[in-house]
Design a protein around this ligand. Sequence first.
Ligand code: ATP
Ligand code: MG
Length: 561
Amino acid sequence: MTTTEKSDFIREIIDEDLRSNKNEGRVHTRFPPEPNGYLHIGHAKSICLNYGIARDYNGKFNLRFDDTNPEKEEQEYVDSIIEDVKWLGGDFEDRLFYASDYFEQMFQYAVDLIKKGKAYVCDFNGDEIRASRGTLTEAGKDSPYRNRSKEENLDLFSRMRKGEFPNGANTLRAKIDMASPNINLRDPIMYRIVHEGHHRQGEAWCIYPTYDWAHGLEDSIERITHSICTLEFENHRPLYDWFLENLEIYHPQQIEFARLNITYTILSKRKLLQLVREKHVDGWDDPRMPTIAGIKRRGYTADSIKVFCDKIGISKKDSTIDVAMLEWSIREDLNKNAQRAMAVLNPIKVVLTNYPENKTEELSAVNNPENESAGTRMVPFGRELYIDRDDFREVPPPKYYRLSPGTEVRLRYAYIIKCEKVIKDADGNLIELHCTYDPATKSGTETANRKVKSTIHWVNAAKAVDAEVRLYDRLFLKENPDEVEEGKDFLSNLNPNSLQVLKNCKLEPMLGQASPGDRFQFERTGYFCADVKDSKSGALVFNRIVTLKDTWAKIEQKGKK
Ligand code: ATP
Ligand code: MG
């Protein structure tokens, strides 16, 4: 018996199955995306769950494309999904499958059901099927085609396959019970006619299986033991079971869990597609998108996503996770692992009037205070520096301890400086600050002990590297983006300031070596990642992954009280 350290209701089911030797001790899960869009963080939860179970129980994990609907599926999505599953560590080894490869076998299974008198060809169109299905309180009505002979059904079904009928002319339906209290069992459709090329099968088929018919067959063919899906399929489970029981083939167990919802975030593929198509964002991998591609480009690590998925756990009840928790997970990771650096995003020039003209000093800076083995680096100091505009106020508000005329601050890893003079142009715009430095206050020396209230970051003006920095914020203004005024849709909740581009940023020289995808903490500012698409040596572009402000810790504290 294998039991894992983690426990949840799905693992309890598996433990019990192992105790009773239900599947000869096998554990085999799958992740079954439809290739009709990019994967998002909700799918990550499903991948981590399914792969995590296979890993922990020494079982197997399949990646299977549920590519049964030719109208919406594309190779681009297949490729991106494979990449994203691998990035998340979902190791399917050589088990990459396509439901469309099972079409012939599914067809044979349908023939079996017809021969058993449990499926029939119905000439109703979509409207007629809907109208005869009944409601939650009212039974449906039998189709007049329900009692066709097996021979007639076999003939019609094979002619459907041959393409003799146009789209919508008829369907193959399971013969179950039009009065079932579960509407899914009221003679559900198994095949529809769709004259449309398929991304893998080309023109081979013009009848396509429905999800309900196909999914259990796919699981059965692959000998999946535990078919884990989201709660909306709970009412479909009796149908899943009916098909497998009546075909008398290997019968996996469907288990449902609650899907992931996150505040300020849309996780509907249809709506994400709309954001891309209508260009509200810059593609599927826009760093504001909750897609794996977007999150990855933003700078999230795969580890942080896994930690997040672990921490939220699984349940049988729908709930919404605070986006602050996702942000917490990347901060946790990068706080431990990201190299620190100094970067001035909104520069103002500082001239140290008492510092020698051509002198540069190399000062030692800590690479990561959380990790001593990361060591130190040298940063060049000199007469002309940049500091952040926000670290200076000509008229300081109460309790403002950073730089203002006549006051002192410490420059991180360097000296205490005092603002002596504010230089402006004819229109009164701030051009630069003239300051003096106190040579006795060099960081790391004994005389550096003199205290001032505030320490700010800076870069050497002559040695700084230029960069564009993209400050990303939440894509939606509302906690629930689907909560809208009448007549409006979720787009009305888009945050118009979700991207702010700063073109004139000044970075410490070390950052000039950053490769695309490298992550840093810009001290006092946030965590940043060199953009994998647009950042090049000599034309650096950094994405803000997340600010330093951890709101999750506070939320968690409150919850505990
Ligand atoms: P649709 O079926 O409407 O195209 P989908 O998001 O369900 O959208 P699938 O490709 O069917 O897309 O999803 C693949 C798997 O991921 C399914 O098993 C599904 O249950 C799971 N999944 C999808 N969304 C979430 C979510 N928000 N949280 C957890 N699991 C999810
Ligand atoms: Mg789905």
